[in-house]
Design a protein. Structure first.
Length: 382
């Protein structure tokens, strides 16, 4: 009886997604949820709509890989820094300039790794590096976007930049903090970020279909494209992005960056979230337990900030995780329409992956996210 009631309530999740698709908020979605309740594991999967609308119509499937956008920040970069801190190679209060000496320019000597992870460094949140690189291409008359030289130029530009506020005095979410963190990981490991994360994070956790997609010329091969949900009809690149990273700065840097570039199917994201949950409870040894617990703790930089280390936490009364996720939760969103929320206290993981920027109105998606989380938690509580 109880399981029948849960199934009836879970049907509301499908209806909510279908309504959002009908309203042109997105072409399709995959929602996966898992919760431990009274020793029982409850799960739900919703797969709705289309992965690609144009140039072909391809149905969404549970195996569809998504451009995770800023989920890269937690699944790749934050996890890499966490592992390196656990090994004693990095310390959260290391000045960034200890590992990237040029970063000390323009009075940035006091910026630490902790500041970068909490978005309180004082760096500008975003810059249109891709446009500046396109202009440099035009002047030089030779390709630059996507090359190692472009990657170095982006990092040098950040190192030469001045802060917009004193470190630790404001938390302003942005990408530059994580571009720098990705460069720190590469400087310490002497490996490309994608290769290091593949070996030390994704393979270790069994995430076989998670990884960065470096650009292919002139376009991704069909076997890559048909595996991936399409994103935007990009005005900068003048084509529908399908099988290549959406974020223009990550694309300009060669598809691998600390802030964006990761692709994965929903099942891999769920398994990553579940591994975090299990490690937090001491039941998982593939992640460094004590360091993970620290990374999942709000840092109060500045006081009142919702940021843990790399991870976001629920904002009182207005969280995309909805009404039921406890204060002891961590998560992150991605611009392409992705999210991962983990309630460490209630032992619940919810993955919502959509292609919301693919040929539909660019709505915020904020209304759908909390609704889906609320419906799932109400069903699991039945």
């Amino acid at each position: 009886m109880r399981h029948a009631q849960i199934r009836r309530k879970l049907a509301r999740v499908d209806r909510a997604i279908d309504k959002a698709i009908d309203a042109a908020e997105m072409p399709g979605a995959v929602v996966l949820a898992r919760m431990r309740r009274e020793g029982e594991i409850l799960e739900h999967a919703s797969v709705r709509g289309l992965a690609v609308v144009r140039p072909e119509r391809i149905p969404m499937s549970r195996e569809t890989r998504f451009d995770l956008a800023s989920l890269t920040k937690v699944m790749a970069t934050t996890s890499a820094v966490m592992h390196l801190c656990a090994e004693g190679v990095l310390d959260l209060d290391d000045p960034v300039a200890k590992h990237l000496p040029n970063f000390s320019e323009r009075d940035k000597e006091r910026v630490t790794l902790r500041h970068l992870l909490t978005h309180s460094s004082g760096l500008r949140p975003w810059r249109a590096f891709h446009r500046a690189l396109r202009e440099r291409e035009r002047k030089r008359g030779e390709p630059l976007l996507g090359t190692p030289a472009a990657r170095e130029w982006v990092l040098e530009s950040i190192c030469r930049s001045a802060l917009v506020h004193e470190p630790g005095t404001a938390a302003v979410y942005g990408d530059l903090d994580f571009i720098v963190l990705g460069a720190v990981v590469e400087a310490i490991t002497q490996e490309p970020l994608d290769a290091w994360c593949h070996q030390h994070i994704f393979q270790r956790l069994g995430l076989e279909r998670t990884g960065f997609l470096r650009p292919s010329a002139p376009e991704p091969p069909p076997e890559v494209r048909r595996d991936v949900a399409a994103t935007e009809n990009c005005p900068f690149r003048r084509r529908i992005l399908w099988g290549e990273v959406h974020d223009p700065n990550a694309s300009a840097m060669g598809g691998v960056a600390g802030h964006a570039g990761l692709f994965a199917p929903a099942d891999d994201v769920l398994e990553f979230g579940w591994a975090v949950l299990e490690a937090w409870h001491g039941r998982e040894d593939r992640l460094p337990v004590e360091m993970l617990r620290l990374f999942a703790t709000r840092q109060e930089l500045p006081p009142g900030s919702d940021w843990a280390l790399g991870w976001d936490t629920p904002s009182e009364g207005r969280s995309s995780a909805g009404r039921y996720f406890s204060r002891q939760s961590v998560g992150h969103l991605g611009f392409t329409g992705t999210s991962l929320w983990i309630d460490l206290e209630a032992e619940c993981v919810v993955v919502l992956l959509t292609n919301r920027v693919h040929l539909v109105a660019k709505k915020s998606h904020f209304g759908l996210r909390p609704l889906i989380h609320d419906l799932l938690r109400e069903a699991f509580a039945a």
